[in-house]
Design a binder for this molecule. Structure first.
Ligand code: COA
Length: 479
């Protein structure tokens, strides 16, 4: 009796399985959704917003990036839902794991804040077995992203021809310092790109040296450009069925962000740049776009002004824009109502030669208030101003936590840390922000579950030296 019951249950389970399989097969044969309007796109999903999967779900990234520019790109793609498999050298990993360390023995914030939501696999890409594993990964993935020094990928044997032959659908995306030309073979770091991309020569004060900015426009900025190139190439692949090379040169990325300064370079040949305070001060312009201190880069003059407690607080400042439509409100606020009708102050062109004096006068008012008071009062009158926020204030700002721009994650070695979440918000794809992986944390998982290696093969790989560090005396910790 018991045997019959067991047999019946088995038959039931098998037929349930078969039905499931048939349903699955039918579903696979069915077009994803009926084409709407005959344009080939699926009908709008009826799922609640945010529950239709992440935007890049299903996209597989072979991540060969290191340091900042490349990792910032792949981290963003991971936040958007891509499965990012970061390949690292066994025993060493991304050099930033040990750079600028604040907690002994833990991956640095430099690394953890640039490699969230990824999986880590260690592979010696120059080892024969390592090359074999990489070939499988190339077949499996949609995009290979790298930011090695020029030629390094080729030296690993991963040439475009080889990759394209192995997987014609693969997109190969690279960050390099420079595009083709005299400097294409050069290694480049952030500040070199800021200098070569035109940013440094136009940043700083006229009487001082060129300045680099704290915002990593060369590294993170280029990573952003590369991410756009990758999703665009993925979109084109839907039509063409083939991958392509995507190149984001850091010099180009910085120049793209500094384009208003190339605009001013061309305007110079038609006369002085009247919105630069240098014009009002009667200082002649040279041949190239000058450094403009804190002048606004647009048509509405602005400057950084002191606020209450500026003597002791290095961030007690506000950016103040004398936007033309609210000039009357500014005059009333600072106690200069007569400036509304005075021909020397009433119009934007009349004010241009007097900007220094105007901002000095406004500063007498801002110095009596905290930057947050100025912000509140001015915004009440539609006057655009912005407090100079310290990183401490940003880290503690509740609204940035609420929006997911600043996220606290938990790491098994270093504990809780803050990271920057996805700065781009998609209404149907919430950001997937998770901690960074430990070195090689997912090696076995990827070999087994993604690449389908058997236990026997896995055991062979483990002793081959392709995924483990060669035995060497321990190296000193990087600075
Ligand atoms: N297995 C075996 N070897 C590996 C490996 C792996 N998993 N991962 C990396 N390597 C090797 C590379 O093959 C290369 O070896 P090779 O030069 O003998 O061919 C070596 O590690 C180092 O790569 P490289 O990119 O030259 O690193 P670097 O530390 O000397 O230079 C940069 C760093 C950033 C200057 C350089 O990579 C670069 O200019 N990149 C492009 C621009 C860029 O992104 N700059 C911004 C960085 S934030």
């Amino acid at each position: 009796m018991a045997m019959r019951k067991r047999a019946k249950a088995k038959i039931k389970a098998v037929s349930k399985k078969t039905v499931k399989k048939v349903v699955k097969l039918k579903a696979a044969r069915k077009p994803v959704a009926k084409a709407a309007n005959g344009n080939g796109t699926p009908r709008p999903s009826s799922k609640p917003w945010g529950q239709a999967g992440l935007a890049l779900q299903g996209v597989k990234i072979l991540d060969f990036t290191h340091v900042q520019s490349g990792p910032t790109c792949t981290q963003l793609l991971a936040y958007m839902g891509a499965d990012v498999i970061k390949v690292e050298r066994p025993g060493v990993g991304d050099i930033t794991r040990t750079q600028l360390r604040d907690v002994k023995g833990a991956d640095s914030l430099y690394f953890t804040m640039l490699n969230g939501s990824k999986r880590s696999i260690t592979i010696d890409s120059k080892h024969p077995k390592g090359k074999e594993i990489l070939a499988r990964l190339i077949k499996h993935c949609d995009v290979l992203v790298e930011n090695f020094a020029p030629g390094a990928l080729d030296r690993m044997g991963l040439t475009w021809d080889y990759i394209h032959k192995t997987n014609p659908r693969m997109i190969v995306a690279s960050v390099k310092g420079f595009g083709p030309g005299p400097y294409e073979d050069c290694k480049v770091y952030e500040n070199i790109a800021q200098c070569a991309g035109g940013s440094a020569s136009t940043t700083g004060f006229r009487d001082g040296p060129p300045l680099v900015t704290g915002a990593q426009i060369g590294d993170s900025g280029t990573g952003l450009h590369l991410a756009l190139g990758i999703v665009t190439a993925l979109y084109q692949r839907v039509r063409t069925g083939r991958g392509q090379k995507v190149l984001a040169a850091m010099q180009d990325g910085v120049l793209n962000l500094a384009r208003v300064k190339l605009r001013d370079q061309q305007r110079l040949s038609h006369g002085p740049l009247t919105e630069y305070s240098q014009y009002g001060e009667g200082i002649p312009f040279g041949k190239a776009t000058p450094r403009a201190g804190n002048d606004s880069g647009g048509g509405q003059p602005g400057w950084i002004l002191k606020c209450k407690d500026w003597e002791t607080d290095p961030d007690a400042y506000i950016y103040f824009i004398t936007q033309a439509p609210v000039w009357g409100a500014i005059c009333d606020l600072i106690g200069k109502p007569e400036w509304k009708t005075d021909p020397d102050f009433a119009t934007p062109p009349a004010r241009l030669p007097r900007l220094r004096m105007i901002f000095d006068t406004i500063e007498e008012w801002t110095k009596t208030k905290t930057k947050f008071e100025v912000m509140e009062i001015c915004n009440g009158h539609d006057i655009p101003v912005g407090p100079i926020l310290s990183m401490k204030e940003i880290a503690e700002e509740p609204s940035l936590r609420t929006t997911g721009t600043v996220v606290e994650v938990d790491h098994p070695v270093r504990g809780k840390y803050l990271t920057v979440g996805n700065p781009v918000k998609l209404s149907d794809s919430p950001a997937d922000v998770r901690r960074s992986p430990l070195l090689g944390e997912h090696t076995e998982e990827i070999l087994r579950k993604v690449l389908g290696y058997s236990e026997k093969e896995l055991a062979e790989i483990k002793v081959s030296g392709a995924i483990t560090a060669p035995e060497k005396p321990a190296k000193a910790e990087a600075a």
